[in-house]
Design a protein around this ligand. Structure first.
Ligand code: HEC
Length: 111
């Protein structure tokens, strides 16, 4: 019994990770994560606000297979100078967890 309970969170984490790996979240799920994370205060899909539109981000990294890891790191730690003068502040795990961040980056790159 104990083992089964302990295995549950691992199974959930694996399920979430595989969702991220395939970029399989839909627009509704992405909007949920982005709203919860406070990202929508600065970003939209197709218009530049404070930060670049997600379409612009996708265009910039098109064809770069290593992009997702680098982008996730920038969102987590903050970024400046890539799109303009305004920096993106760091986004801690209390705003967006690792699995959600990975899934959202894949979703952004599919735009
Ligand atoms: C206070 C405004 C602000 C918030 C909040 C914010 N961003 Fe940003 N974001 C920016 C700015 C400004 C840039 C451009 C930074 C640069 O030029 O390097 C950016 C850049 C990005 C990029 C492109 C990174 C790259 O390497 O190409 C992604 C993806 C992104 N943000 C996603 C997110 C996500 C996901 C969240 C929520 C967890 C978020 N942002 C929250 C302002 C914000």
């Amino acid at each position: 019994m104990k083992i089964r309970i302990a295995a549950l969170p691992i199974a959930c984490a694996l399920a979430l990770m595989s969702v991220g790996a395939h970029g399989a979240i839909n627009d509704k799920k992405a909007a949920e994560i982005l709203t919860k994370g406070g990202c929508m205060a600065c970003h939209t899909v197709d218009k530049k606000l404070v930060g670049p539109s997600f379409k612009e981000v996708a265009k910039k990294h098109k064809g770069d297979k290593k992009a997702p890891a680098g982008i996730a790191k920038k969102v987590r730690q903050g970024s400046s100078g890539a799109y303009g003068q305004i920096p993106m502040p760091p986004n801690p795990t209390s705003k967006i967890n690792d699995a959600d961040l990975k899934a959202v980056v894949d979703w952004v790159l599919s735009k």
